[in-house]
Design a protein around this ligand. Structure first.
Ligand SMILES: [Zn+2]
Length: 371
């Protein structure tokens, strides 16, 4: 449903003509595109306020609106209304420019000429990292195709807009003298134009180059994270500033380690006899291999926590752990002699389960892991 014009302007139905004008002026200043560059929401509010003012400032339209609401202007019927489409920015500037008084839009905000600065476009690349690289941080040298200002290209200040990138027009209308501004159509808002350029450069004096960029990747990055290398995107022509290089992080899977946040997990399978007699095993960490000791009588499901052998937190809240999950492998096949042995042990007191307090349940272990 279309919003009520009085609500848009924040006034009551009994507002006087000067109150309506004052309310619109307030909204127009608040949502003015010069004050909210690139903010589409503000632009929409700016347009809504203009549309509301267009109707409520006209006694005839206001009377119709008060009686019939938005229906008064629907179906393209005779009022020169908006047919639901709203107003475009040019309409607003040309019709209501005087609401800001004096200097029009250019003068009203930020005072006069601003120097145009064009920004080059951003470049995007993907970088695949191993867990080891993520754990320790890494510097990657990556070839990037960048647009740069060609050697020999020179620019001069645009004479049409004197470098501001904007041209202002002064019009005399029934509402009074009005000033509007629009991007310069000679330099397209850049404020500068080509003076000289080599033949291999494009229309903006740019050339495609391949450059090796060194990217410092901090320890602890996460799949999907985006790092920004400022100024390593495409250059901008003239006095513009370079775009950025956006680095999208991808994580290669590790053959034996699984990452979960800053912690790592490793599933270690040991034999029946190793579990009974105790053993030591060599496992991978992100900083090389380590040997871990398995005590005799270890139970399947036990988790050994190797402190600080995980991934450093990207926010520098310490380092995660490496959790080694012990899985005792029950033999699936036994020969005659082995069968005899286990049959003999069946019912033997040493082979009877006797869980102790420290042999926590699966759920208690899971709880511990996240504490
Ligand atoms: Zn220009």
């Amino acid at each position: 449903m279309k919003e009520d014009y009085y609500i848009i302007l924040g006034i009551s139905k009994s507002a006087s003509a000067s109150e309506i004008k004052k309310a619109y002026r307030k909204k127009a200043i608040e949502f003015h595109p010069d004050k909210n560059p690139g903010d589409t929401k503000a632009e929409e509010n700016f347009k809504k306020a203009a549309e509301a003012y267009e109707v409520l400032s006209d006694p005839d339209k206001k009377a119709k609106y008060d009686r019939f609401g938005h229906q008064a202007f629907e179906g393209g019927g005779g009022f020169g209304g908006f047919g639901g489409g709203g107003m475009n920015m040019d309409d607003i500037f040309s019709q209501f420019g005087d609401i800001f008084g004096g200097g029009g839009f250019g003068g009203g905000f930020g005072g006069g000429r601003r120097q145009a600065r064009v920004k080059g476009s951003n470049l995007r690349i993907r970088v695949k990292l191993t867990l080891e690289e993520i754990a320790n941080g890494v510097e990657k040298k990556i070839k990037v195709k960048r647009k740069k200002v060609a050697q020999g290209t020179t620019y001069k200040t645009c004479t049409t807009c004197n470098g501001s990138g904007q041209v202002t027009r002064i019009q005399n209308t029934i509402l009074g003298r009005m000033q509007t501004s629009a991007p310069c159509n000679v330099c397209h808002g850049a404020g500068q134009s080509i003076d000289k350029k080599p033949t291999n450069a494009d229309a903006n004096g740019m050339i495609a180059t391949e450059e090796t960029v060194s990217i410092k990747i901090p320890a602890g990055v996460v799949e999907g994270m985006q790092l920004k290398v400022s100024g390593k995107g495409n250059e901008a022509p003239g006095n513009g500033i370079s775009g950025d290089l956006l680095v999208h992080i991808e994580e290669k899977s590790h053959p034996t380690l699984q990452r979960e946040g800053d912690n790592l997990h490793h599933d270690l399978y040991i034999s029946f006899s190793d579990a009974a007699l105790g053993t030591s095993k060599v496992i991978d960490t992100v900083n090389g291999k380590v040997r871990i000791k398995i005590e005799p009588g270890v139970q399947s499901g036990k988790i050994l926590r190797l402190r600080n052998k995980g991934i450093p937190s990207i926010n520098s809240y310490g380092t995660g752990d490496l959790l080694v999950h012990i899985n005792v492998w029950t033999p699936k096949e036994l020969n005659k002699e082995q069968k005899e042995f286990f049959k003999k042990m069946s019912g033997n007191n040493n082979f009877e389960p006797k869980p102790e307090k420290e042999d926590k349940s699966f759920f208690e272990k899971v709880k511990d892991m996240f504490s």
